[in-house]
Design a protein around this ligand. Structure first.
Ligand code: ADP
Ligand code: GLC
Length: 488
């Protein structure tokens, strides 16, 4: 099957969160299963050309792509996803993508991704490559299914091409004023009240995709159910209600070359489920670089995250005095909203021998925390999938997580399952989004940590589970087939 994947992030080239990890690894798994895959990504200036060999694709050549009536010059640079034979095309348009950040709050943020989506379609035309499926991801590619059908519907090349839209986070929708629809050259009827692209008088890119893609997916089974409700749907539950039959939850996999404690190139000591000695050495190595003294009897809790409301850090805020009385140490890495950055800086300043915080984005440190910490905290208010808990499980770092979305599908509470006589728990979970519930789960984890054989069991339960992409990639292929069947 021929699959084109369009997205706004792809590891290792451009990353702000988990979407990037997914787009960096799913295509490789699909290729292993026999698909022919081409990935499309904007050529942001944060992508270091010197680091990744890429060359101008001459068969695509110079394109003039119109946004709001103005033609922009676009080239495509071709490269491969590292350690694979999968083609990746970087849509190069300096006017829109040579900016300090991947996402901006500039007035023309909509135009940036309108240009990207049209360029993907026009690049496919130039390549004369008709994919069976164009797999879109999040709002930045939400208009693509409609553009393909409508604006480029004249091109017979795409008559059998189906579209799939994956929702990685339904709260980010790309909701712009109505003019945005004119800039994308959508037909008037789609912008009128009740039209395919219309939302609250404006244009909503994600909603357009949810209404028009042949098949929809999201990144865990639980989240697929949650987004049908008002609490989690951010308004889109109204649209999803009539697309329920076309919506599938497929849990993300992890890139088990990048995230493997036996080979990880970012950590000094390798380890495995059978031999965890290296893990303890990583803990010491990590703590030596902080204000905290190493103590094998005190558990180290790690956090690596975007610091935004979604991640539930306000629950830590509310409970901080109680949490600080517990016998645990904390290493925190993240960046995002000032409120949370300031809070974690304050914690580190107030409790220097218990808490160390690094505000910023640092991939090497992320790996070291996964390897060196004993526990990993994710109190998310909602979590479509979450990758860090899976990295943690793989690294013998026991997750403490709120039972929502992908966390509910991957983290099994030790006590809950033990109570039923099943010793299969791999972490600690809590349901209610409250400081008290969080604190109670942390307390249970700390208690369990004191019992070494028990702790070893919990760690190993997590390390044994297979989170590789193979299973999930197979499910995507099934979904692609369903989408394709709608077009033949
Ligand atoms: P989300 O996509 O909502 O941010 P995920 O758990 O799916 O959450 O993915 C987050 C990814 O981003 C992980 O690979 C994580 O290691 C990485 N990450 C998040 N914050 C940082 C940071 N400050 N430094 C390095 N990596 C980070
Ligand atoms: C989003 C979600 C996260 C998910 C990631 C990859 O960023 O917040 O839960 O793991 O996408 O699908």
């Amino acid at each position: 099957m021929k699959i084109a994947i369009a997205a706004s992030e792809c590891a290792p080239f451009a990353k702000t969160g988990g979407l990037s990890d997914v787009i960096g690894s799913l295509p490789k798994a699909l290729a292993k299963l026999g698909c022919e895959v081409k990935v499309f990504l904007p050529k942001y200036s944060v992508i270091n050309e010197a680091q990744y060999p890429m060359r101008l694709d001459l068969s695509i050549g110079e394109m003039q792509v119109r946004v709001g009536g103005i033609p922009r010059t676009v080239h495509a640079l071709k490269s491969k996803l590292p350690n694979s034979d999968v083609d990746i095309y970087f849509i190069d348009c300096p006017h829109y993508f040579h900016r300090a950040r991947i996402y901006t709050s500039d007035w023309d943020e909509d135009e940036r991704f309108i240009l990207f989506q049209k360029s993907v379609i026009e690049a496919l035309q130039r390549l004369q490559w008709a994919p069976d499926v164009i797999h879109c991801n999040d709002w930045q590619t939400g208009l693509l299914p409609l553009l393909l059908r409508d604006n480029y519907g004249w091109d017979r090349l795409f008559h059998k091409t189906a579209t799939v839209l994956s929702v990685h986070n339904i709260a980010y929708q790309g909701w712009f004023p109505r003019e945005s629809g004119y800039r994308a050259e959508l037909r008037q009827e789609h912008l009128d009240k009740g039209g395919l692209a219309e939302w609250g008088g404006g244009v909503n890119f994600l909603k357009t995709g949810l209404a028009t893609a042949d098949v929809l997916t999201t990144v865990s089974e639980t989240y697929a159910r949650e987004i049908l409700t008002q609490e989690y749907g951010y308004g889109m539950e109204v649209v999803l209600k009539w697309r329920k039959g076309d919506l599938f939850g497929i849990l993300n996999g992890i890139d088990d070359e990048t995230w493997n404690p036996q080979t990880d190139r970012f950590i000094p000591f390798h380890f495995s489920a059978e031999n965890l000695e290296g893990k303890e050495k990583n803990k010491r190595f990590l703590l030596d670089q902080t204000t905290i003294n190493y103590n094998p009897d005190v558990p180290l809790i790690g956090i690596v995250s975007r610091m935004v409301w979604q991640k539930g850090f306000d629950l830590i805020e509310r409970e901080v005095y109680w949490l600080m009385q517990k016998n645990a140490q904390w290493v925190i890495l993240g960046s995002g909203e000032d409120r949370f950055e300031n809070f974690f800086n304050w914690m580190a300043h107030e409790y220097p021998h218990k808490v160390w915080a690094y505000i910023g984005f640092n991939t090497e440190l992320a790996h070291l925390i996964e390897a060196g910490a004993d526990m990993f905290l994710m109190p998310s208010r909602y979590e479509p999938c979450g990758l860090n808990q899976m990295y943690s499980l793989r690294y013998g770092t026991v997750p403490i997580a709120r039972k929502t979305g992908g966390l509910a599908d991957t983290v099994l509470d030790w006590d809950e399952y033990a109570y039923r006589g099943q010793l299969i728990g791999n972490g600690f979970t809590f349901e209610e989004p409250s400081g008290f519930a969080l604190s109670h789960a942390v307390h249970r984890a700390i208690e369990a940590y004191r019992n070494k054989p028990l702790w070893r069991r919990i760690q190993q339960n997590g390390m044994k589970r297979d989170f590789s992409w193979t299973n999930s990639a197979r499910k995507y292929i099934e979904v692609y087939k369903l989408a394709k069947a709608k077009r033949s």
